[in-house]
Design a protein around this ligand. Structure first.
Ligand SMILES: Nc1ncnc2c1ncn2[C@@H]1O[C@H](COP(=O)(O)OP(=O)(O)OP(=O)(O)O)[C@@H](O)[C@H]1O
Ligand code: NI
Length: 331
């Protein structure tokens, strides 16, 4: 089932220029992709390619000078800002990049309980309408039990709920972030770089947790720099380049010298990995500014296959060999 559909999303930032003029810089263009229930969709691509902005656009937390165009659908219904606020933390959850997103002045138990509340309306056997004291007690007990269950699920001892974020080790904090994101039983989880610089064991633990969350039916949008770990758990990989998606591939397409990949940038990204010998793509490294101001394919200036047609307009996303590609020359 398609949980999230992004249709032709663009994001620009408005900047005052002089007294009366406002200049718009478009950083995401023509982005179209989906996320499915029970599947992990990895979003990979270079720094600055727009991955985090995509997450923020979905959650409705872009800065106020951002201008968004295009349509986002959650289970077929268009999401306006009111819908995003309604869905956020309930049916849509974010696993943030860092522990700094935890409230430093609030005990862990309270923070996890807060997101448990999110699942109440859908999932509460003890109705609060016309509540009396015994119902309030019963509900409190139920919440404590649920809190215990979720902490145990992520290997956290019960006493963790009495701790403040600064009293957590790095590994514990990561598990707390996972508990918070999953406590409300969201249908779609957006994980923005949940694994930078963590050691191998912790990484494989995190990957296992995400896989099991997806196996239980939630959709996961996994935003990462780390192609290797994305390949271990993702059902499909969406490759970003300079603010748009250039390819959707299956994990098994990342093999050999990239001959199964569809877009020249995906091939270059794959071949630049250490075990593939750091082979860098030909052509000059462009600054994003120059990339963005060209109207055609954002990769044209670096692409060995580029022809003049490539600089005319942004190539449409098309289906190819069981995946998708945004390149007129791909076969
Ligand atoms: N508030 C903002 N105002 C103007 N430009 C912005 C703003 N936020 C992000 N950008 C620009 O949008 C582009 C995409 O940024 P984004 O953070 O989405 O990249 P990313 O792919 O998540 O990178 P990383 O892998 O480093 O996290 C960048 O070029 C960035 O400079
Ligand atoms: Ni980012």
């Amino acid at each position: 089932m398609t949980l999230l559909k992004i249709d032709n999303l663009s994001v620009s930032f408005a900047r005052g220029k002089g007294l009366f003029r406002v200049e718009e810089t478009e950083v995401i263009h023509g982005l179209s992709m989906t996320a499915q229930a029970g599947r992990i969709t990895a979003v990979i691509g270079a720094s600055g390619s727009g991955k985090s902005l995509l997450a923020h656009a979905i959650l409705g937390i872009l800065p106020s000078n951002a201008i968004t165009r295009g349509t986002l659908y959650f289970k077929g219904a268009p999401m306006n800002n009111a819908a995003k606020t309604e869905l956020r933390g309930r049916r849509l959850a974010l696993v943030p990049q860092s522990v700094q997103y935890l409230d430093p002045l609030m005990k862990v138990g309270a923070q996890v309980s807060y997101s448990l509340e999110g699942s109440n309306e859908r999932n509460d056997p003890i109705k609060m309408k016309g509540a009396n004291t015994s119902r309030i007690h019963a509900r409190k007990k139920l919440m404590q039990e649920r809190l215990g269950v979720i902490l145990r699920k992520y290997g956290l001892a019960t006493d963790v709920k009495e701790r403040y974020p600064f009293e957590l080790s790095g590994g514990m904090a990561r598990r707390v972030l996972l508990s918070i994101a999953t406590a409300g039983e969201p249908e779609l989880i957006i994980a923005d770089e949940p694994t930078p610089g963590i050691h191998v064991e912790a990484l494989s633990e995190t990957l296992r947790h995400f896989r099991s969350i997806a196996d239980q039916g939630a959709g996961i949008l996994w935003i990462t720099h780390d192609i290797e770990s994305a390949l271990q758990i993702a059902d499909e990989l969406v490759v970003f380049y300079a603010g748009t998606n250039v390819e959707t591939a299956r994990p098994e397409d990342f093999t050999g010298s990239g001959e199964l990949l569809r877009h020249p940038y995906s091939k270059a990204l794959w071949n630049a990995l250490p075990h593939n010998g750091f082979k860098m793509p030909p052509g000059p490294q462009l600054t994003l500014d120059r990339d963005l101001h060209s109207s055609g394919c954002k990769y044209a200036h670096r692409c060995p296959m580029a022809t003049w047609e490539c600089t005319e307009e942004l190539p449409l996303l098309r289906e190819l060999r069981g995946g998708e590609v945004r390149c007129i020359h791909a076969t």
